[in-house]
Design a binder for this molecule. Structure first.
Ligand code: BGC
Length: 809
């Protein structure tokens, strides 16, 4: 059997690789956020002391399926040296290496010892980087940079303890020492999500704080350019950073903290992130949308109405001494009871403005985005009253620019009830808002007749496709089951082989004209196998592990799965590690996200990837979620807008598909395969589904991945409401819905039911899953017609894929 691959014997750096690395660098520059600066930045010197766990071991991204196997990572140390800095503490950095390796070896030994024990969670990496050797100043630099690092990833949540969400006493002492002994002290936060910053308020002498997050393979160069002032920071937080963990609503109930891992009750309702802080008068450490610059800007806005659409022309002027970009943020306070104080309605980012230069942006929104969900009759509604438009550069630094009045309540859309709660949930309610007098801003009046009501209570018909129907007519039910159940990573036969893909659709029908479709992680770029070999029989084997957690599999097992480059020919694939999604989102730059999507698509084309398993759009509900770095924000509007742009970028090259995930409410990693997120319909629709909707409607995403968790007691791949009512009937989704990996394992979601409700593809597949489908057929859980429908969707997608077009000419 002949098989094909696009992995290449040529491992040299290509033009595409160089271009994508440059984009990864630009994305890091745009997404890094300056949190504090008393004038120490940009640095006035090129001689610096450098300390901290992330100095040379800068964490470029999180662990698990969000990893990327890139050619090289530029650390902060390397970036500084690349940009001509003299680092005076290289001896400390070198001795850290030995320290690190010792601790890492110990960690590895424990992991390996536990890996074969029942219940061990191979994917979950909870390695904590040691603080390192004691710091004693012996150099003559007056400026010090300290890189504080944290790692997290899928399979487990972060912990509200020292060494994770909090700093350790040792770290605090090291930071305190540096801040006291160097005239200028800059702290770099190298963690994928927010952390407690109480220590930074206590320690005197911290002159600047830069949130570099996990900035991808080019992060070190971006950091050095920001420190030197070559680049002016312009990133804005996509989350509110709490002053104290306890300030987050129901913080003590999150994940492992309350001892109940079976139920996660979303008692805060819609009051997530700034919606809570602003409505309940709690002051955050850093607000949503916040980020400093080296320059200053002035912003003026003029609102106008066109039908029901509101737009604000915003003139942004650079009034400082550095070139820079600014983000204009438009928030709206809507009338009505129990509503958030304000929500983000629109945003825009300027080009690079020179001192004195100005640009006018148009920020527009459809008022449907402001509607609240009335559970009593399942309608999205706009309340009668005054809508205050606030313009600024963070959620807490705005000025009212207009008041738009709606003369009567408007029903925006009618829906079927979905995902009912299994038991009542006592939700937070907002305190009454103080009335505002806004006499000196323009008042506009909406024409109520310009609004229309959408009715989603009537099911829509799916169109039939003759080419697909003809193909299906030639298949038995058993063969259709072969198509709707994927094939895994290891040992499975693939006619088109993309080494390192995390799954494939079947190759069984290759000779009948249906290619297989490779699927690859993940949100920071394609995670595929860099170095492989090909045996004489044509088998492609990896030379390195494709997931860091696999290195904990004992060597005697791994040995059988790996290639030997000394005896076999090597094949290479070098993909780009972009900054993690949170950094990309902190750019607040939809064009940039589209470019990153398009850059990934070029790699998909080069390596033959059909489905990219991204973007991941779950909401940052709590900073401890182990996968926050893979996700965009606490705000659904920002998330949806940016993820839709990224999706458009990916799907610009025909035959390559984005996969939005994890649908829905996968907001906790501990016990993720059993926990039930218990959410009211209102919060579900206003917060959690709103992040997905634009990716389907505007981004026209071609695939959706359901999640591991249960939602109000029902496993999401078994939810007709999610997979069919919301996705297809309301949002008009026409692509493939797939399970998350092994989420229909025993005692999890039901395989047959998944197909019956519209989850078309079971990943990564195997015999067990097929058996369950046949049993379901016998029991009547699923019908042949259901299987045919799911199969048709998969076949349609594969027919249109680039691999199919190339190999089935
Ligand atoms: C993750 C998904 C990922 C899949 C394939 C799962 O563990 O939740 O996000 O795409 O694995 O690697």
């Amino acid at each position: 059997m002949r098989s094909y691959t696009k992995a290449s014997p040529n491992g040299a750096v290509s033009k595409r690789e160089e271009e994508n690395l440059h984009l990864a660098y630009e994305a890091a520059c745009e997404g890094i956020v300056l949190l504090k600066n008393d004038g120490a930045l940009p640095l006035k010197t090129k001689k610096v002391a450098l300390y901290g766990p992330g100095a040379a071991k800068t964490v470029k991204g999180g662990t698990g399926s969000g990893e990327v196997n890139e050619r090289h990572v530029v650390s902060v140390l390397e970036g500084l040296e690349n940009r001509g800095f003299h680092v005076t503490t290289k001896d400390w950095v070198e001795s850290y290496e030995e320290y690190y390796l010792r601790v890492r070896r110990r960690y590895r030994r424990q992991k390996v010892a536990n890996i074969l024990k029942p219940g061990s969670n191979i994917l979950y990496e909870n390695f904590r980087m040691p603080c390192g050797p004691e710091i004693r100043k012996t150099d003559d630099a007056d400026t010090c940079i300290y890189v504080l690092s944290r790692q997290a990833g899928e399979g487990g949540d972060r912990r509200a303890e020292a060494g994770d969400y909090y700093v350790t006493e040792e770290e605090k002492a090291a930071i305190g020492y540096c801040a006291a002994h160097y005239e200028n002290f800059v702290l770099l936060l190298n963690c994928g999500s927010s952390m407690d910053m109480g220590f930074a308020r206590e320690i005197p002498g911290i002159n600047a704080v830069l949130y570099i997050c996990q900035p991808g393979s080019q992060g070190g160069n971006a950091v050095a350019d920001i420190l030197s002032g070559t680049v002016t920071p312009g990133g804005k937080l996509t989350d509110s950073w709490a002053k104290r963990y306890e300030d987050i609503p129901f913080a003590a109930d999150y994940s492992y903290l309350n001892g109940d891992l079976q139920n996660e009750n979303y008692r805060e309702g819609i009051f997530v992130g700034y919606r809570y802080f602003d409505s309940f008068g709690v002051e955050p450490a850093y607000p949503f949308g916040f980020g400093m610059s080296y320059t200053t800007f002035q912003m003026e806005g003029k609102a106008c109405l066109q039908g029901s659409r509101v737009s604000v022309d915003v003139t942004v002027k650079n009034t400082g001494n550095f070139s820079g970009k600014e983000v204009a943020q438009l928030y709206v306070s809507a009338p009505g009871q129990n509503r958030e104080y304000q929500s983000l309605a629109a945003l825009g980012k300027t080009k690079l403005l020179s001192p004195g230069e100005e640009e006018t942006l148009t920020l527009a929104f459809d008022p449907a985005a402001l509607a609240f969900f009335r559970e009593a009759d399942n309608c999205f509604m706009l309340e009668q009253g005054e809508y205050v438009l606030r313009l600024g550069n963070s959620s807490r630094n705005t000025a009212a620019v207009a008041v738009v009045e709606l003369g009567e309540a408007v029903t925006v859309s009618r829906h079927l009830p979905i995902c009912p709660l299994q038991s009542p949930l006592q939700e937070l309610t907002a305190p009454k808002r103080k009335p505002e007098t806004l006499a000196d801003v323009p008042h506009l009046v909406w024409d109520v007749s310009a609004f229309e009501t959408a009715d989603y209570t009537v099911p829509s018909e799916e169109t039939q496709d003759r080419q697909v129907e003809k193909f299906l007519d030639g298949l038995t039910t058993k063969e259709m089951v072969d198509i709707v159940v994927g094939v895994g990573q290891i040992g499975a036969k693939k006619r088109f082989d993309l080494p390192g893909s995390v799954g494939n659709t079947t190759s069984k029908f290759w000779d009948r004209g249906l290619a297989n479709a490779p699927l690859c992680d993940g949100p920071a770029g394609l995670r595929i196998s860099r170095h492989n070999t090909i045996t004489k029989k044509g088998r492609i084997l990896p030379v390195e592990v494709t997931l860091s957690a696999y290195s904990f599999i004992p060597k005697f097992i791994r040995k059988h799965l790996m290639g030997n480059p000394e005896k076999q020919q090597s094949l290479y694939q070098y993909a780009t590690a972009f900054p993690v999604t949170t950094v990309l989102a902190q750019s607040w730059n939809a064009d940039l996200l589209e470019q990153v999507g398009a850059a990934v698509a070029r790699e998909m084309e080069e390596f033959g990837c059909t489905y990219w398993l991204a973007p991941a759009v779950n909401i940052h509900r709590n900073p401890l979620c182990g996968r926050n770095f893979e996700y965009f924000s606490e705000d659904p509007r920002l998330t949806g807008l940016l993820a839709a742009a990224m999706t458009k970028g990916v799907q610009k090259i025909p035959g390559h598909y984005a996969t939005v995930k994890h649908f829905a409410c996968n907001n906790q990693e501990n016990n993720r395969t059993h926990v039930s997120g218990n959410v009211s319909q209102r919060a579900l629709r206003e917060i959690y589904l709103r992040a997905f909707e634009p990716v389907v409607r505007q981004g026209k995403v071609q695939a959706v991945m359901t999640s591991y968790n249960r939602l109000n007691g029902v496993y999401t791949p078994n939810s007709y409401d999610l997979c069919t009512v919301v996705l297809r009937q309301e949002w008009g989704f026409e692509g493939v819905v797939m399970t998350d990996w092994y989420s229909t394992n025993p005692r999890q979601g039901d395989n047959a039911l998944a197909l019956a409700v519209g989850n078309d593809l079971i990943m990564p597949g195997g015999r067990y899953f097929k058996r369950k489908i046949f049993r379901g057929l016998r029991k009547g859980t699923v019908t042949e017609a259901d299987i045919r429908r799911c199969c048709g969707r998969v076949v349609r997608a594969v027919f249109d894929s680039a691999v199919q077009k190339e190999y089935m000419k």
